[in-house]
Design a protein around this ligand. Structure first.
Ligand code: IVH
Length: 708
């Protein structure tokens, strides 16, 4: 079979091909095991590639012979399961986006107001290209590269150390670095390397990558580091995580230090005086964009003074001291073939435009969101015209755009190309999936299916959300598997996942006979499910997929209530929208009335309530620790600020107190522990005195807050 006299695939009869196939597959599988599991490759890369190519050729010529679990289909999906997890010591954040000049001047004004800087005080910022790749965190201990991890969900990423070691821009050793140094930056692929890689892919009959970003991500996340090594990846350093000592006291200084240590830093990084200077640099980088030789999608501005960065701190997922000024989205015209309605996990009917495929910014687009029925009709949520009031009809020529990673959108309609018999789109008033009424509540832009869990679309979407990455994250149980299991009646609600094995008695036997599953993957799935019988409370709450409860709200709720039982009790007691339980919900910073009402509606009254009860028979949410800093003397206390603070703005003081674990209230009551009174304190100070509340001045506060 490996000899030079092997007949060309075009010469084979189907019977000959069928006879050859098992041997080919066995050889490839043995090579995979030798390489991945035993770390002892038995055949050369060239031989491996040759076997694989031959298998692909046979499958292409005789599709009936292609097996669902063929080694040709295994890259990608199988790969992700193999990486270990890494919990980032310092979270990997994303950036707030800005799109206009005004967003940049607003950023400057917001930072000043937070810090209490006057409009003419200097506030230098760096400007640098936003690289369109994927972020990577490199950990060096005593100058030696010990770990590389992808961003993942920001808290937990994938361990890609061996792959990162194959990237020439990433030093294996550093001299003169702090004992602990985590360097963060972007892995990317140049245009030239991307073109060459795609040419090679085509030669081998493999699928080309859509763009350099996908190629970089696909190359880095290869379980086989030899594949990564053969892909020309590059790396720009632009940030850092955990450190044993500071790199510098400015952003620019730190970047220069990274350069001295041997990292590639972007040569277009400059220090600017203020917003006008930043905008000038934005235009300069925009001009240079086409000739850089790699993709960028905007310009990132960062406050230069690291002391100020520290004071500004973070919101839930983004720093207050930086903003990404994105380039305008790319546009293209195409024909809207039809409008389809998708039903989401909260029952929302979302119209989707099916488009004649068109390339927008290097990616082929064939679907775009149409948001909701008002958007199609040409009006905003208040009834005011958008797009000059032009509606969107099936058959229209529409302009589509992509902004960053987000789903493509429809921006405009060309009325001159509309056919005379085009009819206005009639948005359905029945759910297309289950036939239930779809109603639109007052003030809601969205029409929703009232079918709840009897609606298969809602049930499936809820299940998909339940197993997704930020939620239960069950390996081997993705959107596709959930759809198939739902269709076959194996899983109808989350609890069913945890009874899958037991319900079938021989669950393993049944599962491994399904197409796409083998004994190993079936066992892995049951192990992965077992592994999630205990789950952090925040993930548990998020996984329920309740309206208005995203991951940051779920985290807030977990830290506030500590246990599921306590959360459920408070939500139950708040049922009449008044009283202490209702107040307690509203008092959580970040939980408003909408969220509180949604919790009550879904946990006390909907079909979700029963589904949660069922789930709790099989799953234990692990208690969350209150988000308090152990050594802070105000952790867990309620504090109130009054009067003028002279060395810190109110916004900063509030954020600081919260970061130290305190709750900041607006008025003094018997529950207040400390009143921080600056000069000019009036009625609040008086009330505090009456109630015997402890009162401290700004100096004492600064001592607690750690100065500035
Ligand atoms: S700074 C705490 N600088 O953009 C801030 N990010 O949209 C950390 N990115 O996750 C990020 N170029 O992957 C920073 N010059 C640059 C960047 C950059 C690209 C990516 C990064 C981040 C994402 C946020």
């Amino acid at each position: 079979m490996t000899g030079t006299d092997t007949p060309d695939v075009s010469q084979l009869t189907q019977a000959e091909a069928a006879a050859e196939l098992p041997g080919l597959i066995a050889a490839l599988e043995a090579a995979n095991t030798a390489y991945h599991t035993l770390d002892a490759p038995e055949i050369s890369d060239a031989e491996y590639d040759r076997l694989k190519r031959r298998l692909a050729e046979i499958e292409a010529r005789f599709p009936a012979l292609a097996r669902p679990d063929s080694p040709t289909r295994k890259i990608g999906a199988a790969v992700a399961e193999g990486f270990g997890k890494v919990t980032h010591e310092v979270r990997m954040l994303s950036l707030e986006n800005g799109f206009s000049d005004e967003d940049v001047t607003d950023f400057d004004a917001r930072v000043r107001s937070y810090l209490g800087l006057s409009p003419d005080a200097p506030l230098p910022c760096t400007a640098e290209p936003k690289i369109d790749g994927l972020s990577l965190s490199l950990r060096y201990e005593r100058g030696v590269l010990v770990q590389a991890a992808t961003r993942g969900d920001g808290e937990v990423g994938e361990n890609v150390t061996e792959n990162a070691r194959t990237i020439a821009d990433i030093p294996q050793r550093l001299t003169g670095a702090p004992d602990l140094l985590e360097v963060r930056g972007e892995v990317y692929m140049s245009h030239a390397d991307f073109a060459a890689l795609n040419a090679r892919q085509a030669e081998r009959g493999e699928k080309p990558f859509a763009n350099p970003r996908n190629a970089a991500a696909g190359s880095l996340r290869q379980l086989d580091a030899r594949i990564t090594a053969a892909r020309p990846l590059r790396f720009f350093a632009y940030a850092w995580g955990a450190l044993s000592e500071p790199l510098s006291d400015t952003q620019m200084g730190a970047i220069n230090q990274l350069k001295t240590l041997g990292f590639q830093v972007n040569p277009l990084t400059v220090l600017c005086d203020g917003p006008q200077d930043l905008l000038a640099q934005y235009r300069a980088i925009e001009q240079a964009r086409a000739s850089l030789g790699y993709d960028i999608d905007g310009v990132v501005y960062k406050v230069n003074d690291l002391g100020l960065q520290r004071r500004l701190g973070f919101r839930s997922t983004t720093p207050r001291w930086a903003i990404a000024h994105k380039f305008p989205a790319e546009l293209a015209w195409t024909r809207l073939e039809r409008i389809e309605i998708q039903v989401g996990r909260t029952g929302a009917l979302s119209p989707v435009a099916r488009l004649a495929p068109v390339t927008v910014g290097g990616v082929v687009v064939s679907n775009a969101t149409l948001h909701n029925e008002d958007y199609i009709a040409g009006r905003d949520s208040k009834g005011a015209p958008i797009r000059g009031g032009k509606d969107i009809r099936e058959g229209d020529w529409v302009q589509v755009y992509r902004a960053g990673d987000v789903i493509p959108k429809v921006a405009d309609v060309d009325l001159s190309r509309r056919s005379a018999d085009a009819q206005p789109y009639e948005f359905p008033h029945k759910c297309p999936e289950c036939g239930s009424d779809a109603i639109r509540e007052e003030g809601d832009a969205v029409r929703r299916c009232t079918g709840g869990l009897i609606c298969p679309a809602q049930a499936v979407e809820k299940l998909k959300h339940f197993v997704s990455r930020g939620a239960f994250d069950i390996e081997g149980l993705g959107a596709k598997q959930v759809e198939a299991f739902y269709r076959d009646g194996w899983i109808r609600e989350p609890a069913d996942i945890f009874t899958l094995q037991q319900r079938f008695g021989s669950g393993l036997q049944q599962l491994k006979n399904r197409e796409g599953w083998g004994p190993k993957s079936a066992q892995n799935l049951f192990d992965a499910i077992e592994d999630k019988r205990k789950i952090p409370l925040a993930r548990f709450i998020f996984a329920l997929g309740l309206r208005h409860v995203g991951d940051s709200t779920a985290t807030l709720l977990a830290h506030q209530f500590g246990t599921w039982e306590r959360l459920a009790k408070v939500v139950e007691e708040a049922d009449n929208f008044q009283g202490p339980a209702w107040e307690e919900l509203l008092a959580i910073d970040g939980v408003g009335e909408t969220t509180a009402r949604s919790l009550i509606a879904s946990l006390n009254h909907s079909a979700d309530a029963q589904a949660v009860k069922n789930l709790l028979q099989w799953v234990t949410p692990e208690p969350a620790q209150p988000r308090a800093v152990a050594d802070s003397e105000i952790a867990g206390l309620t504090v109130v600020f009054t009067g003028t603070l002279e060395r810190m703005t109110r916004a900063e003081a509030k954020a600081r107190a919260e970061a130290l674990g305190a709750k900041v209230a607006g008025s003094v009551s018997a529950k207040t522990d400390i009143l921080i009174a600056g000069p000019g304190a009036g009625s609040k100070a008086k009330k505090a005195a009456e109630l015997g509340v402890r009162v401290i001045d700004e100096d004492a506060w600064l001592a607690i807050a750690g100065g500035t």
